[in-house]
Design a protein around this ligand. Structure first.
Ligand code: AHG
Ligand code: MN
Ligand code: MN
Length: 335
């Protein structure tokens, strides 16, 4: 990994500061994966609910809180991090130790994605998004400075804690592509295991939590009915379904072999005044950049997720992403 990053630096594809940020995220990922691995043996007091709620009204797991603390500690140690924002923090934190004279950045993250999977030893992950800070005085930085559209992200990615721990990341420059690295537990090194993901344009695999069907928008109802009709309907092919209940794992599958992942808007969330289930800044934007740089697409229905101007940090949004032709097909239903 370090040789790989040095090569990128030599080619001027990645700056020193972004490398430092990536290394702080990697360090956090190794700490989180070790905690997860050992949670069932001797350290069981880190499993289960923290009996607190995050700003979004969701009950936090102890490991949501601990993972957040790990990311916070490692990132705020870096002078090039101007501030952080997290799904588990009510407000962004401005870094008092930051040096804002050179290039500095905001790091936004979902410290533990798919946390309902923790207690059943199923895949979870950490998702991150990096934006540039344009202010050189810490006192002037506010939440507003974090509210940049996804197409402004300079780096995005995730760590996935599953049968192996993998890092997948991309940079703003689409020529960089999307690459995956696997943690060698013996040496602590990440080794490249997949260069340049290319999502197949067509697919026969979808992922959606179908228990919400009766609450979906009509466009999604119609699309889903067509999928279920298979060869007997207008799609003229049979589809298969997967749902891992962790966006990281579902997106990893889509990057690896294509597919479509949907968490559409539904009337239950609308009643609560929420724009969707998934978070724009911590989940939708970083995943949308990865999917785009691997040749896929990510929309909220009508628009590309990466073009959405955020209105607030904890904003939620419908997410429909994956194989290009499938997303084009769905988007036409919203026209
Ligand atoms: P988080 O654990 O960070 O709150 O995110 C969970 C998200 C996402 O990862 C996953 O795709 C989805 O919620 C699962 O939702 P259901 O519980 O409705 O299946
Ligand atoms: Mn999540
Ligand atoms: Mn989370």
């Amino acid at each position: 990994m370090q040789n790989y990053l040095n090569n990128l630096k030599n080619q001027q594809l990645i700056s020193d500061n972004l490398t430092l940020i990536l290394n702080a995220i990697i360090k956090s990922g190794v700490e989180i994966s070790t905690l997860l691995e050992n949670a069932g043996i001797g350290n069981q007091n880190i499993l289960g609910s923290a009996e607190t709620e995050n700003v979004q009204g969701e009950t936090q797991k102890k490991l949501d809180v601990i993972s957040n603390e790990i990311m916070q500690k490692n990132l705020l140690n870096l002078p090039c991090v101007a501030g952080i924002a997290s799904e588990e923090l009510d407000e962004p934190i401005i870094n008092n130790n930051a040096n804002l004279n050179g290039d500095s950045f905001f790091v936004l993250f979902d410290p533990l994605d798919g946390s309902s999977n923790i207690d059943i030893n199923a895949p979870v992950g950490t998702i991150f998004s990096v934006l540039k800070n344009y202010k050189n005085n810490a006192k002037e930085i506010s939440e507003q400075d974090f509210l940049q559209a996804g197409n402004q992200q300079v780096m995005a990615g995730y760590l996935m804690y599953s049968s192996s721990t993998q890092l997948v990341f991309t940079l703003q420059n689409p020529n960089f592509g999307v690459n995956a690295f696997t943690l060698n537990k013996k040496t602590g090194e990440f080794l490249i295991n997949k260069a340049n993901f290319q999502i197949p344009q067509d697919t026969k695999e979808f992922a959606i939590n179908a228990s919400n069907q009766r609450f979906w928008q009509p466009q999604i109802q119609e699309y889903f009915a067509e999928l279920l009709q298979g060869t007997q309907g207008k799609r003229q092919k049979d589809f298969n379904m997967r749902w891992l209940a962790a966006m990281v794992a579902d997106v990893h599958r889509v990057l690896s072999r294509g597919g479509v992942f949907l968490y559409p808007q539904d009337s239950k969330m609308q009643k609560k005044g929420l724009g969707g289930k998934l978070r724009l800044m911590y989940e939708a934007n970083p995943m949308a950049l990865l999917i785009k740089n691997a040749g896929g697409r990510a929309i909220n229905g009508k628009e590309n997720i990466l073009d959405v101007t955020p209105e607030k940090l904890h904003q939620r949004i419908p997410v429909i992403l994956g194989s290009k032709n499938e997303i084009d097909y769905i988007q036409e239903k919203f026209a």
